[in-house]
Design a protein around this ligand. Structure first.
Ligand SMILES: C#C[C@@H]1N[C@@H](C)[C@@H](O)[C@H]1O
Length: 438
């Protein structure tokens, strides 16, 4: 292995209580909210094909006009308690909020930037009431923070001249000041979700990102920071030049999920997912494929079965309300989680071979293994193959009228579970109690 000063400083997952709490939560809510919700993907009658929160980068978007949108930010229907209530009903155990996206607009009245809610008609802090409302519901809060900041004159994507380096030095002080300010203002937050760390200026400064991460951990012990913050001294991101994960969990699963256990190498990881194909901020016109609640539930189940967290993204409108399709999905997921949440919370990779009918999830540290059935076989029966020296003690379903009769033993550690449940309109869950043969 290469001698790295700014590569991974820990081999293997964190074992402390803060990380165990994160690992048990499994379902999160991402919220992308900011000035981009005002145009909502449209500008002077034309629609922007990319993600709505990137509209400022659209060549036909006059950037000065975008930057002046702060004069219209006035979310008169913003009700953080309602946001927290619907997230709690959905079963989210943590929430990630964009404090500042790439456009640099701060949803808190930062001392270090004029480009914040303080300059808008709204004037007031958005983040504080949100953190309080979610924490009151027992939901942890993580702060999304974009390193890219199109509003800061000292931001550079690359350092081409000595003047660039001097400006970027000032920018790094600005970043450290804002992150310190966020931790001082919102001491109950559990971590940062960094983004916008792909440019050369950041990638080629592994020592700074390493020192910044250690500084933040000292300032706020237990802080959880994913692999997207850092680069090592050779510019490697997420995994250092020796292939070891940097940060506390793999944070690269954006709009995609691992397929099998081998894809995550036993690391903690988190997948973040949009409901449309690629819209994080509010877009008035959702085009293309819009994921159903069943699709999102299956992704959540798949993530838990592979030992990872799953975070569903929502993009509130500029007035502070949520679009109907998003409210519908929160309500449908809420109904499913109220019946089946025990299979998700504290769930992890069961170590069983994947089956066509769905996913196994082990309740961490126990012999309880949940079967989440997404595809009922035409035979109407489910094959269950247990590891060697394992006996099936009991089989129950989390809903009534799922299983018919008792499981049929068909060979060494292999059973058929016969189903009563024919018309499947959502995944259903069967709990296997197993025991190790003495
Ligand atoms: C690209 C990109 C960004 N990363 C996602 C989490 C959104 O914030 C998107 O704008």
């Amino acid at each position: 292995t290469l001698p790295l000063e700014h590569g991974a400083h820990r081999i293997g997952n964190r074992t402390d209580a803060d990380m165990a709490r994160w690992r048990s939560q499994r379902l999160g809510q991402f919220i992308h909210w900011g000035l981009y919700a005002i145009p909502g993907g449209e500008w002077k009658g034309k629609t922007y094909n990319g993600a709505a929160e990137w509209i400022r980068s659209w060549k036909e978007m006059p950037q000065q006009e975008y930057d002046n949108l702060y004069k219209q930010f006035n979310p008169v229907n913003y009700q953080p308690e309602e946001w927290a209530q619907q997230a709690n009903d959905m079963g989210a155990k943590y929430m990630i909020i964009t404090t500042k996206h790439h456009d640099g607009f701060c949803l808190w009245p930062s001392k270090y930037s004029k480009y914040s809610v303080a300059a808008s008609p709204w004037k007031k802090d958005i983040i504080g009431p949100m953190v309080d409302a979610y924490n009151k519901k027992g939901i942890d809060v993580y702060l999304y923070f974009s390193i890219i900041d199109w509003n800061q004159p000292d931001w550079r994507a690359a350092l081409k001249t000595p003047a660039d380096s001097i400006a970027y030095q000032r920018f790094k002080v600005f970043v450290k000041n804002q992150l310190t300010e966020l931790l001082q203002r919102y001491p109950t937050v559990k971590g940062f979700w960094f983004d916008g760390t792909w440019d050369d200026s950041w990638k080629n400064d592994g020592s700074f990102s390493d020192e910044l991460e250690q500084y933040l951990q000292r300032l706020h012990p237990g802080l959880i920071i994913g692999s997207r913050l850092r680069a090592d001294e050779k510019g490697a991101r997420h995994f250092d030049s020796n292939g070891r994960l940097m940060g506390d969990y793999e944070q690269g699963w954006e709009r995609k999920l691992p397929e099998k256990s081998a894809d995550v190498h036993g690391n903690d990881w988190e997948g973040v997912m949009t409901i449309p194909e690629n819209q994080w901020g509010y877009n008035a016109r959702w085009a293309g494929h819009i994921k159903s609640s069943n699709e999102l539930i299956e992704m959540l189940v798949k993530s838990a079965s592979l030992g990872g967290n799953f975070v569903i993204n929502f993009g509130p409108k500029s007035d502070g309300t949520f679009r109907t399709e998003e409210v519908q999905r929160m309500q449908e997921i809420s109904r499913w989680m109220k019946i089946n949440g025990s299979a998700i919370y504290g769930g992890t990779d069961a170590g069983f071979a994947k089956q066509d009918w769905g996913y196994y999830i082990r309740k961490s540290g126990t012999d309880s293994v949940y079967m989440v059935v997404c595809n009922v076989p035409v035979s109407g029966q489910l094959r269950v193959k247990l590891p060697a020296q394992t006996t099936l003690v009991n089989v129950t379903s989390l809903e009534k009228n799922i299983i018919s009769g008792t499981p049929e033993l068909i060979g060494k550690n292999e059973y058929f579970i016969h189903l009563d449940h024919k018309n499947q309109d959502a995944p259903f869950v069967i709990l296997l109690q197993t025991s190790k043969d003495s």
